[in-house]
Design a protein around this ligand. Structure first.
Ligand code: SAM
Length: 271
């Protein structure tokens, strides 16, 4: 590690290359996540460690980082959100952050009058769903979260009529546009609500933002990406198309932040 202190000195900053600086800030150990409040959900470090042990580092990086979890929780508080839909749950990190944030908003656990829990998680993998459910019990948030296993496009159809204050898109990228349209067209996102789409600025995609250059079918994030291993062909193209679709959509206001691997914040504009 280049710097031993939380804050590098001016002299260190003058002598460091952009690549080293980028690597430093990308490193999880560079800034103590507990400099933010509230502190991390207590079991999150165990969830990360177990995920790395069971799935390997290459897959474990799919979990949201501490920083992203904290940031998303800030928005849960800002919106005074009561219900959250997560599409893509993996071993449950982001959902644990969400459940904790809802607790802080005073939301009670357990099913509401309609039998629905505050957080609905969708994942196609029975294996990941079972790991996530175990992690929810260990985190003491199982009353807050229901996991529905299956292709999210089908699961979403079964949720029609339900409304959420936040929808987190973190599953298969080619289906982001479908999930986004469903959330808006079926009124699944509340008027004040926020849609967050993850991974929308892979290194490959970023240079294409704002221009109309065609993206080749075999587009993929460059290997220089520090968070993402080589991804399947077509992934970059799918993300690019989603980015272009939402930024041209008159129904919404969109901010794509170059944070982590790209986070897009989307809110509905008034009719
Ligand atoms: C990036 S991971 C989610 C990470 C999770 N939000 C976290 O913080 O740990 C993507 C997840 O989406 C799931 N997934 C992929 N395609 C899906 C689909 N068509 N329907 C539902 N889930 C899907 C995968 O099984 C995987 O667990």
């Amino acid at each position: 590690m280049l710097f031993s202190e939380t804050s590098p000195t001016r002299e260190q900053l003058d002598n460091v290359s952009p690549e080293e600086l980028r690597a430093f800030y990308a490193a999880k150990a560079s800034i103590n996540p507990n400099l933010s409040t509230p502190s991390l959900p207590p079991t999150i470090p165990n969830v990360y460690a177990d995920t790395v042990a069971q799935e390997g580092k290459g897959l474990a990086i799919m979990a949201v980082s501490e920083y992203q979890g904290i940031l998303q929780n800030f928005f849960v508080g800002l919106l005074d959100a009561k219900r959250i839909l997560e599409i893509g749950t993996f071993t449950g990190s982001s959902a644990i952050f969400f459940a904790n944030a809802l607790k802080r908003n005073g939301v009670a656990g357990g099913p509401d009058a309609n039998g629905n829990k505050p957080v609905i998680c969708l994942d196609i993998s029975e294996k990941y769903a079972n790991i996530a459910r175990k992690n929810f019990v260990e985190a003491g948030v199982e009353d807050y979260i229901e996991v529905i296993v299956g292709d999210a496009q089908k699961s979403l159809a079964s949720l029609e009529g339900q409304t959420f204050d936040m929808v987190f898109l973190d599953a298969d990228k080619p289906a982001y546009k479908y999930y986004y349209d469903m959330a808006i067209e079926k009124n699944m996102i509340s008027k004040k609500g926020l849609i967050i789409a993850d991974n929308t600025a892979f290194d490959f995609v970023t240079p294409y933002l704002g221009i109309s250059a065609p993206v080749p079918d075999d587009a993929r994030p460059l290997n220089v990406s520090f968070e993402i291993p080589p991804c399947p062909p077509g992934l970059g193209k799918a993300i690019h198309e989603f980015n272009e679709y939402v930024r041209n959509d008159p129904r919404t206001e969109v901010v794509l932040m170059p944070l982590f691997t790209g986070l897009t914040f989307i809110r509905l504009l008034k009719d």
